[in-house]
Design a binder for this molecule. Structure first.
Ligand code: NDP
Length: 493
């Protein structure tokens, strides 16, 4: 890690990439319009960014389609594609400070996290998917006779990716790595709050050897650029991470256009269930991490703590202690452990939930929005206890550092409470009873159950949800399913 002074000085000297990246070069938006990109931790403008709209999306899709059809990337062997994506992983590692600064400046998260988690994570995810490229075999069906029925994986063509701001580089990576490795061309629309790392990534990808037109990045607003991608007649597949409301729109866009495949990773209200036989110190450490990491702006954040009534007071005390130790401040300071919300609008939205929470539950700690320097985008780590069943703060995805604590008495009650949600992304269970852990894991309607940890995740395991948390899986070999079609080629001889 470097010092606050070093990061501040480096941040001042970054030459931001601000235009649309189409067909291997930067171009202004066709309308000439731009939008202000604000640093939420200071409230000050970082730069003006091209405001891409449907014309820019059209140009990007055209470039992607041409690249796909002429085989400059789709026609390469898996081993050749592997080498290029491995180069990209290497370049991301070589540029770790700059990439980390871009995400920290754009969305307000601590530099210690972007340097140690987000950027190394992105490099590793690219590397992992690249290494898998030439290790997946096609199949031959057991037809018998003088027949060979091959089942091959084909790339889909042009993939549209619309990603959020909470992990700007990583969310783009989760889509790009498997899409590119399997030979597709991509048009990526980053969130309006955080376009900078995606634009810089495109330059690194070219440097790594990715041919022009294979990766295009169009910054802009969801209603224009995002919608244009969702409705485009020449996009074969749309992958999305973001809110459930916008996820539903992408299904509508597809239904009203070319019926493109749509894969969604949307919201969550993940329960964290703690039984008295668990290691309570560790459970408290991880429960605090599970809700306060990344300012609580995590789709799988453990925002509901379901604790056995016999240990409720003890756990509330432990959680409070941990919340009050969090160091909020300048995200460029390596000592900061919680930064700003992504923007003031989002901070105000979280504040509204805090006010609702104060009326419907018992405030244990935090509870306010506040300012640091000139920015009003900071929220205190907040804990509510005695949250009644059906309370707003126990049902809605707040997407901030706000924990709702509820109690249960029996295992069945815990399962019922955990499953009583429109979401089904993740859940955690803390117990030393393995049979109980496995029983609960079977009964929880979620994509990932973490036992004696929270938010377990790796490149090797699929990540995604059930119910209104979406469908389709990011990460792991299974992520390739979203970006390939199974093709049967039947030969008689
Ligand atoms: P959105 O779902 O609105 O944004 C995610 C992406 O979708 C962005 O690139 C956005 O573009 C784009 N988008 C927005 N509206 C449209 C549209 N009409 N058509 C096509 N694309 C669109 O999330 P927000 O940023 O507004 O956050 C709102 C809430 O969503 C949060 O409070 C949280 O609850 C949830 N969320 C969940 C995330 C997750 O990881 N599952 C991540 C982020 C948010 P633009 O930025 O220009 O609006």
């Amino acid at each position: 890690m470097q010092s606050l002074e070093e990061y501040t000085s480096k941040a001042k000297n970054i030459d931001f990439c601000t235009e649309c990246w189409i067909d291997g070069r930067f171009v202004p938006s066709r309308s000439g319009e731009t939008f202000s990109n604000i640093n939420p931790a200071t409230g000050k403008k970082l730069c003006d960014v091209a405001k891409g709209n449907s014309s820019d999306i059209n140009a990007a899709v055209k470039a992607a389609r041409t690249a796909f059809e002429d085989g400059r990337w789709s026609g390469k062997t898996p081993s050749e594609r592997k080498e290029v994506i491995l180069n990209l992983a290497k370049l991301i590692r070589e540029n770790v400070t700059e990439m980390a600064l871009l995400d920290t400046l754009d969305m307000g998260k601590p530099i210690s996290e972007t340097v140690n988690v987000d950027v190394p994570g992105s490099a590793f995810f690219f590397q992992w998917h690249a290494e898998a490229a030439d290790k997946i075999y096609d199949e031959i069906a057991p037809t018998g006779g003088r027949d060979i029925a091959m089942i091959r994986r084909s790339p889909l063509g042009v993939v549209g990716a619309v990603v959020p701001w909470n992990f700007p580089l990583d969310m783009a990576t989760w889509k790009l790595a498997p899409a590119l490795v399997t030979g597709n061309s991509v048009v990526l629309k980053p969130a309006e709050q955080s376009p900078l790392s995606a634009l810089r990534l495109a330059v690194l990808a070219k440097e790594a050897g990715l041919p022009d037109g294979v990766l295009n990045v169009v910054p802009g607003f969801g209603e224009d650029a995002g919608q244009a991608l969702g409705r485009h007649m020449d996009v074969d597949c749309l992958v999305f991470t973001g809110s459930t409301a916008v996820g539903k729109l992408f299904q509508k866009y597809a239904g009203e256009s070319n019926m493109k495949q749509v894969w969604l990773e949307t919201g969550g209200k993940s329960p964290n269930i703690i039984f008295p036989d668990a290691d309570l110190e560790k459970a408290a450490d991880m429960a605090a991490f599970g809700i306060f990491f990344n300012q609580g702006e995590v789709c799988s954040a453990n925002s509901r703590l379901l604790v056995h009534s016999s240990i409720k007071d003890e756990m509330v005390g432990k959680l409070r202690e941990r919340a009050e130790k969090i160091k909020q401040g300048n995200p460029l300071d390596p000592a900061t452990t919680m930064g700003a919300m992504v923007d003031v609008n989002h901070a105000k939205k979280v504040e509204e939930f805090l006010n609702v929470g104060k009326a419907e539950a018992k405030l244990i700690t935090g509870g306010d929005r506040f300012s640091i320097n000139d920015s009003d985008a900071f929220i205190q780590p907040t804990i509510f206890a005695d949250v009644p069943e059906g309370a707003t703060i126990a049902r809605y995805e707040i997407f901030g550092p706000v924990l709702a604590i509820q109690t249960f008495d029996t295992e069945d009650e815990a399962i019922e409470m955990a499953n009583k949600s429109v979401y089904g992304l993740a859940a955690s269970v803390w117990t030393s009873d393995l049979a109980r852990a496995m029983d609960l894991s079977d009964k929880l309607h979620v994509g990932t159950v973490s036992v004696n940890t929270v938010d377990a995740l790796s490149a090797m395991t699929p990540f995604g949800g059930m119910k209104q948390s979406g469908f389709g899986r990011d990460l792991s070999i299974h992520s390739f399913d979203k970006y390939t079609a199974l093709k049967t080629i039947w030969v008689k001889y």
